[in-house]
Design a protein around this ligand. Structure first.
Ligand SMILES: Nc1ncnc2c1ncn2[C@@H]1O[C@H](COP(=O)(O)OP(=O)(O)OP(=O)(O)O)[C@@H](O)[C@H]1O
Ligand SMILES: [Mg+2]
Length: 336
């Protein structure tokens, strides 16, 4: 059996396709990703790279016309791809919770916030076959959670979702997600719809909650700057693959993949005098992706091998174990 690389989550060789009228979208092409309990992992990459599909695969929320065709998703050693719907319900929303970019859209518009959180706590208990708490206990948990995320419970519990500001709505979603004390919180662009100051507040809130509860966070963002502020490890995705993975230090101080280097050159920095550069070209159509390394048509270093085979995702020699630095690029493949 393959060695488990992360004690919380270990995704290996994950392939997901969507069968559409226009053809088969090869959305994930062998994703490799892992994390330990309590870690903060950022998944970055341009739009359409497969960040959300990766997250939805972990929640096993990939639905028709999509399917997982290959690979494993180990969660504390259990392969989520092999679990029944009943077994999944014991994990989903309980051990693994998720928050989204548009919090208001994820809430029920005709139910007051407090009642929704209470209903959610009861649903989690039921699906995890736990005993029901008394109604008073459940209400107390709801109020504690609202306080925990910095909201005034007396006011907030009686509001309807449309009465919440964007920042408040995201706090409510975080309260709801954390009420089950998950081991993993997946946050898909949780701050992209918020203005910059509220963005910072939500990231700070997530940070303190992670420290307090030791919940691991998988943060999806297209903004390198957000990942740098918040994460311990970074996975860079391109067109359905993790092309580089490592500690914050490894990715920011020693980026190796030409795509990572390109993303970093596009990040504005205070005091930066050189011009910001964008990566020429766009993420390819995944119905008919480029052969070999999917980045080769945009790559300034492409060689004769790059359109022939997919480079292996391998550890980078000489890096410390703690950096976990891995890259999928022929420039670093020793036998090449
Ligand atoms: N339901 C679907 N049907 C068909 N194709 C899909 C579906 N969902 C996702 N895809 C395709 O899968 C690929 C990966 O999409 P995904 O949503 O994971 O990108 P992303 O990295 O999250 O992008 P963004 O930053 O815009 O959120 C894209 O090519 C997308 O078109
Ligand atoms: Mg997305």
């Amino acid at each position: 059996m393959q060695r488990r690389r992360g004690d919380l989550l270990d995704i290996s060789g994950l392939k997901v396709v969507f069968d559409t009228y226009a053809g088969q979208v090869k959305a994930l092409n062998g994703v490799e990703l892992w994390m330990n309990h309590g870690e903060r992992l950022g998944v970055v990459g341009e739009t359409g790279c497969g960040k959300s599909v990766t997250a939805l695969s972990v929640m096993r929320l990939i639905d028709e016309p999509g399917k997982i065709i290959e690979g494993n998703i180990l969660f504390e050693g259990k392969d989520l791809t092999a679990l029944s719907e009943g077994e999944l319900n014991m994990i989903r929303g309980k051990d693994i919770a998720m928050i989204f970019q548009e919090p208001v859209a994820a809430l029920n518009p005709v139910m007051k916030v407090g009642a929704q959180i209470v209903e959610n706590i009861e649903w989690q208990r039921k699906s995890a076959a736990q005993e029901r708490g008394s109604p008073l206990q459940t209400v107390q948990i709801m109020r504690d959670m609202l306080k925990f995320v910095g909201l005034d419970w007396q006011r907030t519990e009686n509001l309807y979702p449309h009465e919440l500001s964007g920042g408040m709505a995201q706090r409510v979603m975080i309260a709801m997600a954390l009420s089950s004390k998950p081991k993993l919180l997946i946050a898909d662009e949780p701050t992209s719809a918020l203005d910059v100051t509220i963005q910072a507040q939500i990231l700070n809130l997530l940070n303190s909650l992670v420290k307090e509860t030791r919940t691991a966070v998988l943060l999806i963002t297209h903004a390198m700057g957000v990942a740098a502020q918040f994460c311990d490890f970074i996975a860079v995705m391109y067109a359905g693959n993790v092309v580089e993975y490592g500690s914050l230090h490894a990715i920011f101080d020693n980026p190796l993949h030409p795509y990572t280097k390109g993303l970093l050159k596009a990040v504005p920095k205070i005091g930066r005098t050189d011009e910001l550069q964008s990566i020429p070209g766009i993420v390819p159509d995944l119905i008919d992706p480029p052969s070999g390394c999917r980045f080769h048509p945009r790559c300034p270093h492409r060689g004769p091998a790059c359109d022939k085979a997919q480079p292996r995702f391998e550890p980078v020699g000489g890096e410390s174990e703690a950096d976990r630095h891995h890259v999928a690029c022929f420039l670093y493949q020793k036998d090449h």
